[in-house]
Design a protein around this ligand. Structure first.
Ligand code: VGL
Ligand code: ZN
Length: 208
């Protein structure tokens, strides 16, 4: 059992990221039983939930003449435009019904500012606005963050990189995550993760 110094961060296991959802991650549903099993091995589990207002800047539908998966320049940098997804309090924003983590201590909702996206559970896409998660983890004695969920190359990778930058030891659990893989984004993410000193592990190694 992983103790007080370790947290399992379960990223965005939400209906809209499942096959058939608004922003489906291929095979995203396959991780749910594995995440449940992993979570039983951690006393400290935290969840993230993508949680956008309908007017969110990341939605292609809110930019005339733009289509999903195009990239535009915003004041804080380049932004991929997504289909409308994870709108606050809609069924698509709910966790997968088979996610079974009753002992999770909290949920970090992210992407709630209309004008800023947030792939990361730690820092919004302006790279300035903290969510408070780093402080919470530090105050509760966490030194190591194990990341899994959806999508490997966006919210999982950005969360892992920011956790590392915040001074935590960090691992991404590859088989408990699935990717969107847009224009080589998955390979690029693994490269960045490795360069940052984030470990790439399989769930069997975590549970052992
Ligand atoms: C995500 C794109 C947009 C994710 C969230 O959870 O990886 N990706 N919003
Ligand atoms: Zn989103």
């Amino acid at each position: 059992m992983k103790g007080a110094h370790e947290v399992l961060l379960v990223v965005d296991v939400q209906n809209d990221f499942m096959p058939g959802g608004a922003l489906a991650v291929p095979h995203g549903d396959e991780i749910v039983p594995l995440v449940n099993r992993l979570a039983r091995g951690f006393s400290h589990v935290m969840l993230t939930q993508d949680w956008h207002p309908a007017s969110h800047v990341s939605f292609a539908a809110n930019h005339a003449g733009r289509a999903p998966f195009e990239t535009i320049a915003l004041p804080y940098g380049d932004q991929v435009l997504w289909p409308v997804h994870c709108v606050q309090a809609t069924p698509g924003a709910q966790f997968h019904s088979e996610l079974d983590v009753a002992h999770a201590r909290g949920v970090i909702r992210k992407g709630h500012h209309a004008n800023v996206d947030s792939y990361s559970a730690f820092l919004e896409a302006d790279r300035k606005t903290p969510t408070g998660l780093a402080g919470y983890l530090r105050e509760t004695g966490v030194t190591r963050v194990w990341c899994c969920g959806l999508a490997t190359d966006y919210c999982v990778a950005w969360s892992a990189l920011d956790a590392r930058a915040a001074g935590f030891e960090v691992a991404v659990i590859e088989d408990a995550s699935r990717a969107i893989d847009l224009n080589g984004s998955l390979a690029a993410a693994w490269q960045q993760l490795q360069a940052a000193g984030v470990s790439r592990v399989q769930s069997a190694e975590v549970l052992r």
